[in-house]
Ligand binder design. Structure first.
Ligand SMILES: *[C@@H]1O[C@H](CO)[C@@H](O)[C@H](O)[C@H]1NC(C)=O
Ligand SMILES: *[C@@H]1O[C@H](CO)[C@@H](O)[C@H](O)[C@H]1NC(C)=O
Ligand SMILES: *[C@@H]1O[C@H](CO)[C@@H](O)[C@H](O)[C@H]1NC(C)=O
Ligand SMILES: *[C@@H]1O[C@H](CO)[C@@H](O)[C@H](O)[C@H]1NC(C)=O
Length: 279
């Protein structure tokens, strides 16, 4: 499969539906002590300095992305491709990331069907856009099971289990969808066979593939005061007292996270506020 070679981490940056494609941190931010471990203090210092420099450049009466600020690619994230079609004509959008459930790509066993991906790819390409595929092994609706029916047998631990998504699941388990039983080695083999099949069929045409976030909550990532939040009511930018702007998001994403691509939710305010101008 020909994909971009960059490591892609899904970081829940904005709303639950918005992620950032992240490349590994610049080497100076790595301590080298443990592979991938970040020196938090150093990270925050460098990130703040780069962020401030970029902000200052932009504030000098130049509304376009300043010389010292790298501009990431802006993509649209949509759980369904049709939700993204209104954005296909915009010159400031590079591509569309969308979801495909396992069940839709393999059913019955060993019969793969990538026709929906092909259709969406053709629609994106006809407007000069790229397509990014998220293979979905979990759902957030109780009436939607992500796995093909043949997995609903004891060999596969029934293929999936109900999952609860919320803050009170231990005390009150209310199913809100299903998660694939990836802990079962037979399930994993079938899932890997799906990825292999994808590698052989829509080969080299899809810009990237990612799996759903595993949604663990950890404290390992150093938090900075700069981390932006789209919800202005709840969390305005402490530096300005206002809603974070697109430029502030991009600045943080590029200079603190090393991001090359931002996948924006279709509900992102700037998509309505700014006129598409190629940026
Ligand atoms: C704004 O910055 C860009 C990138 O550095 C530069 O090419 C452009 O000339 C600047 N525009 C103004 C009005 O200063
Ligand atoms: C297996 O999964 C199906 C579909 O989600 C569900 O209807 C059924 O109750 C499950 N069976 C068991 C034994 O959990
Ligand atoms: C933003 O915050 C308000 C106030 O807490 C909340 O009602 C609203 O649901 C939040 N919006 C989003 C998109 O999280
Ligand atoms: C953008 O405008 C459309 C049409 O007026 C509206 O339906 C949509 O909710 C708006 N989106 C945002 C994020 O404001």
């Amino acid at each position: 499969m020909v994909l971009t070679s960059r490591l892609v981490l899904a970081i829940s940056l904005l709303t639950p539906a918005t992620y950032a494609g992240v490349s590994p941190l610049d080497p100076p931010l790595n301590t080298g002590a443990l592979d991938g471990q970040v020196d938090a203090e150093r990270y925050i210092k460098i990130c703040h300095a780069k962020y401030d420099q970029c902000r200052d450049e932009m504030s000098h009466g130049n509304s376009s992305y300043a010389a010292g600020c790298r501009s990431p690619e802006n993509w649209i994230y949509a759980s369904d491709f049709s939700e993204a079609t209104p954005f296909l004509d915009r010159p400031d959008i590079v591509g569309i990331q969308t979801l495909y459930r396992w069940k839709e790509t393999e059913n019955p066993q060993n019969r793969y069907d990538f026709s929906e991906i092909r259709e969406n790819l053709a629609a994106a390409r006809s407007k000069g856009k790229k397509l990014w595929v998220q293979i979905q092994d979990r759902t957030f609706y109780v009436n939607s099971n992500p796995v093909p029916n043949y997995l609903h047998t004891p060999l596969y631990d029934n293929g999936s289990v109900p999952q609860c998504d919320g803050t009170n699941c231990e005390a009150d388990f209310q199913p809100s969808g299903y998660a694939v039983a990836q802990w079962n080695k037979h399930v994993r083999r079938r899932f890997q066979a799906l990825l292999n099949a994808m590698a052989n069929e829509p080969d080299g045409e899809i810009y990237g593939v990612n799996l759903a976030e595993t949604a663990i909550s950890v404290e390992a990532w150093p938090r900075t005061q700069l981390e932006p939040d789209l919800n202005a009511t709840e969390n305005p930018n402490p530096q300005t007292g206002k809603q974070f702007t697109k430029e502030e998001f991009q600045n943080y994403a590029v200079n603190c996270l090393g991001v090359n691509i931002i996948f924006w939710a279709t509900s992102t305010p700037w998509l309505n506020e700014t006129q598409p101008n190629g940026r």
